[in-house]
Design a protein around this ligand. Structure first.
Ligand SMILES: NC(=O)c1ccc[n+]([C@@H]2O[C@H](COP(=O)([O-])OP(=O)(O)OC[C@H]3O[C@@H](n4cnc5c(N)ncnc54)[C@H](O)[C@@H]3O)[C@@H](O)[C@H]2O)c1
Length: 382
């Protein structure tokens, strides 16, 4: 089979995870890397074993060998970069969020249609075998009617006032932080599993650290633990560390979730509980190989990821036998496998999250942010 040649822009935390996942597919070659400047690009390209390095987007886009580009830069430049990638006629795989506002994301969805390029967004939690199993249990009627959905997304990497990242600056990250950064994953996962749309929201925000200590030099995501007290200066914070959200689904079912980036001990816990008329399902990203299935009339079950026990669809997301756990890097691999299989013409329809899903998430986040200010229920304007 033909090898597809790809390039990547932005290689901080998530960029290298894309490089590794793409390489594991076996038919994708990462031929070019673009970073914020030439020196950084050269250093990163050497470290990741990528032959060509570019210090500007324009230079990368001129490279005729590159057919697909991964946009793994900070949020505020996603829109301009994805626009340029599509204008250059290259396929685009964007990190979330798709853009900073729905005005921008609407334009990207439109441009993707006009240019006809393949467009994808990394809502990677969809691609775990047991998330696919949960979706299948809903779609096949095994869960019954959806009564309600609840859950949370909790982390502790911004727990201390000395923890710093560009996500704390609205100019780079957007007007919402915890909801937009991780709540967006929760909403995408629950909509994907239930097949329902969130139509109304009521949000309440809390900023725990009203001032944080900003390092005087730049730090990559998750690497702030290495700094000394003299390396910091205080700055005011205007985005939420914690949020609680009530919501309604398109079918009238209700739900709620909370997000926190200041929850000691929780590292990256996307957690949902889905109550149906025949059973309930519970899943935790920190224990991704277990799906708890609750019953009223018989003992509950714990389904351990094992391809032989999964539905035919979910089985295609599990690459190792039972007892061989699969987790975060494998979700990303499953996502890219579907995107690149479609680009290669092996799949007839896109079976992955697209720019439209990225737009939908921004619409939900904007409604939650609006509600946190109006203190009223707000409708999601898709
Ligand atoms: N789907 C997920 O699970 C997931 C996880 C983490 C991050 N993300 C998303 O990925 C994006 C990046 O996050 P991160 O944590 O890797 O950030 P990061 O700060 O660790 O890395 C960003 C990289 O982009 C580079 N960059 C900045 N400006 C650039 C420019 N003009 N041209 C080229 N490169 C540039 C930086 O030098 C850095 O290497 C964010 O939008 C974030 O929301 C998604």
């Amino acid at each position: 089979m033909k090898t597809i040649k790809a390039g990547i822009i932005g290689t901080g935390f998530i960029g290298p995870a894309h490089v590794e996942a793409a390489r594991r597919l076996g038919f994708v070659e990462m031929v070019a890397l673009c970073e914020a400047n030439d020196d950084l690009a050269r250093t990163k390209a050497t470290a990741l074993g990528i032959p060509k390095s570019y210090g500007s987007i324009a230079a990368l886009l001129k490279d005729k060998e590159v057919e697909v580009i991964h946009n793994c830069t900070p949020n505020h430049i996603h829109f301009e970069i994805s626009k340029k990638i599509m204008a250059a006629g290259k396929h685009v795989i964007s990190e979330k969020p798709l853009a900073m506002t729905t005005k921008e994301s609407r334009e990207l969805v439109k441009l993707a249609k006009q240019t006809g390029v393949v467009n994808a967004i990394d809502f990677n939690y969809r691609y775990y075998p047991l998330v696919q199993e949960a979706r299948d249990q809903v779609a096949s009627g095994k869960l019954g009617d959806v009564f309600h959905a609840t859950g949370s997304y909790t982390q502790d990497w911004l727990y201390l006032a000395t923890d710093w990242n560009w996500r704390l600056v609205p100019q780079f990250s957007g007007k919402s932080r915890a909801v937009a950064d991780v709540g967006s994953h929760w909403c995408d996962a629950i909509q994907f599993i239930t097949g329902l749309k969130i139509t109304k929201v009521l949000g309440d925000f809390q900023t725990i650290h009203k001032h944080r200590m900003k390092p005087k030099k730049e730090v990559e995501t998750y690497s702030g633990k290495l700094l000394k007290p003299s390396d910091y200066e205080p700055v005011p914070i205007h985005t939420e560390d914690f949020a609680s959200v009530l919501f309604q689904f398109s079918n009238g079912a209700h739900g709620s979730f909370s997000v926190s980036q200041c929850f000691a001990g929780r590292k990256n816990r996307l957690f949902y509980e889905l109550a149906g008329s025949k059973k309930s399902l519970v899943w935790d990203q920190e224990r991704p190989n277990e799906l708890w299935i609750g019953y009223r009339e018989k003992p509950n079950e714990l389904l351990i990821k094992d391809p032989s026990l999964l539905s035919p669809v979910a089985r295609t997301y599990a690459h190792y036998p039972g007892g061989h756990p699969e987790a975060y890097p494998d979700g990303l691999k499953n996502f890219l496998l579907r995107v690149y299989s479609y680009i290669a013409g092996k799949e007839k329809r896109p079976d992955f999250s697209t720019f439209q899903d990225g737009h939908d998430e921004l619409a939900i986040c904007e409604a939650i942010l609006a509600s946190s200010k109006s203190k009223r229920w707000e409708s999601v304007k898709y």
